[in-house]
Design a protein. Structure first.
Lengths: 200, 250
């Protein structure tokens, strides 16, 4: 099963390729929107400034085919800034509209020390998600009160550490660097992955 | 507040883990990927790989070693050593590092911190500061601690954070590899004055020394020798932290 990574020039795609391989999937770094129909699942990774990601998204003409593919049921996981990209917009780049799949504005964290860096608990708010220790590295986060929130984490105030609806999951932590807890989430994505619409 | 972190540092030279005292007299301590995986299994929270001879040899950290470590582990990896600017930082991240540490290059051209942070976000950029005690104060040293710049270490940390560094890795050169305990006064000073996370390095001795550093205000405590030499287990460090009511990841 092949999982596409839409890196958009963000860092640490290699970590993700290795982690997806450990979860049983072949990972391909996507370079053109035409590759979308050939993948079984999609990851929007996330070591990046979200404004940079949005600009790259539009520079590469990804927005429309990406929304169409997700709307068509493509299992999709947004990680960190990739999760923020799935929200309406972000205080980090307020003038740039994000993808708007989760309805809410990403805001700057107000903890004692920012970035929120290290291991914190993601506490599930629904039985459809699992609680656990996860690795975070971020200064902005989606609000705890998203309609689709699956888990929350405390840093100053609570924020959404996971959200999901149908075929789309967003997590603010890094599953590729969150030990066995993160590995189980990636395995879940790989299980959700579907057969490609067109071979090749 | 996240859990306080215990970090193992792999000082790498010519593809092998090495360890010295006050940055000198390096001796072999094993294969980097093997060490990394071992620490991972023991419950370490994060790994740092520093290519200790890269800057002096005028080259970038070994990307092959970064790739080998990265493919084995499921915890975060920070890499530093010989990063001269943006292209080097990108190469290190592309090889599988989650964060990149800059030291000499940031001192030479502080704006590089801002440029990297605007692309990758501050959370990806670690400013590594080697602080040397000079006349009762602490000055920034560069080039694997072979040069002292005269710049006040804390002032540089504040400038670095303002430019976009998301974390400060503070090494007390005078304690490095000495097993004398962390420099608690230095840690407390930095922690009070900074609003980004602080990793304390240099002088780890026993489990209590880690708890001391974390209690003094460090968000993470880093060590190399005590772990490589088997003087201390990660589990023992975490157990002692819990006994002293310092929150660590199980």
């Amino acid at each position: 099963m092949s999982v596409g990574i839409l890196a958009l020039g963000a860092a640490n795609s290699r970590s993700l390729v290795h982690a997806l391989r450990r979860a049983g999937a072949d990972a391909v770094i996507l370079e053109r929107p035409e590759q979308l129909p050939a993948i079984g699942a999609l990851v929007l990774p996330g070591v990046a400034n979200v404004g940079y990601l949005i600009q790259e998204l539009d520079r590469g003409n990804w927005r429309t085919p990406l929304l169409a593919a997700i709307g068509n049921g493509l299992p999709t996981l947004g990680i960190c800034a990739g999760f923020q990209l799935l929200c309406t917009r972000s205080e980090e780049a307020p003038e740039l509209p994000a993808l708007g799949i989760f309805c809410g504005t990403v805001t700057k964290l107000r903890g004692e020390k920012i970035p929120h860096m290290g291991w914190s608990r993601a506490e599930a708010t629904t039985s459809a998600f699992e609680s656990g220790w996860a690795y975070f590295a971020h200064s902005y986060a989606p609000p705890a009160a998203l309609r689709e929130t699956l888990a929350i984490t405390q840093c100053g105030a609570a924020f959404a550490s996971a959200a999901g609806t149908g075929n789309v999951i967003g997590v603010q932590f890094h599953p590729e660097r969150s030990g066995e807890y993160g590995a189980r989430l990636l395995q879940r994505l790989v299980r959700m992955a579907r057969e490609p619409i067109h071979a090749g | 507040m996240p859990a306080k972190r215990i970090i193992a540092c792999l000082d790498v030279k010519n593809g092998r883990v090495v360890k010295g005292v006050r940055f000198e007299g390096l001796r072999d301590a094993g294969d980097p990927a093997t060490c990394a995986l071992q620490y991972c299994r023991e419950g370490i929270d994060e790994l740092v790989m520093l290519d200790v001879s890269a800057t002096l040899e005028g080259r970038l950290a070994s990307l092959q070693t970064v790739e080998r470590i990265s493919s084995e582990i499921d915890i975060p990896l920070t890499v530093g050593g010989g990063v001269r600017g943006e292209d080097d930082a990108i190469a290190i991240l592309d090889a599988g590092a989650d964060k990149v540490a800059l030291n000499t290059a940031a001192v030479a051209e502080p704006a590089v911190l801002q440029r990297l942070a605007s692309r990758y976000g501050s959370q990806c950029i670690v400013l590594s500061i080697d602080a040397r005690r000079v006349n009762g104060g602490y000055q920034v040293a560069t080039r694997s601690a072979t040069q002292t710049t005269g710049q006040d270490a804390l002032q540089w940390a504040r400038i670095g954070a303002a430019l976009g560094a998301g974390e400060i890795l503070l090494t007390a050169i005078d304690r490095d590899g000495t097993l004398k305990g962390f420099d608690l006064a230095l840690i407390a000073d930095f922690s009070r004055a900074l609003d980004v996370p602080l990793i304390a390095s240099g002088g780890a001795r026993n489990a209590d020394s880690f708890a001391d550093a974390l209690a003094a205000g460090a968000d993470a405590a880093l060590a190399a020798s005590v772990f490589h030499d088997g003087l201390l287990s990660v589990a023992a460090v975490k157990q002692r932290c819990r006994e002293r009511a310092i929150g660590v990841r199980p």
